[in-house]
Design a protein around this ligand. Sequence first.
Ligand code: SF4
Length: 102
Amino acid sequence: MLNTNRRVFMMQVAVGSTAVIASQAMAQSMVNEKDPQAAALAYVADTTKVDAKKYPKHAAAQKCLNCQLYTGKPADASGGCALFAGKLVAANGWCSAYVKKA
Ligand code: SF4
């Protein structure tokens, strides 16, 4: 009887651990502005922080949220971007590859 209870307990722990690992793998992390790819594209998490001298064509209304490459939902604070696979960009972010959503 004791062995059966122990076996059931161990199975429950194994199933629980697998679920935690799976949920962690699914959670995507935010793009870091200092990541090489992000830095190369001048990505910033806040479009108001764009260097206006370097990017004179940038406008405050340009943000990931209304970029063609953004795959997030309009109400979300962050979402996917075709250029940063497996990561999230801020809805209010911007990078030099910005393309206005049609
Ligand atoms: Fe944001 Fe568009 Fe640049 Fe992706 S390509 S980081 S959605 S501005």
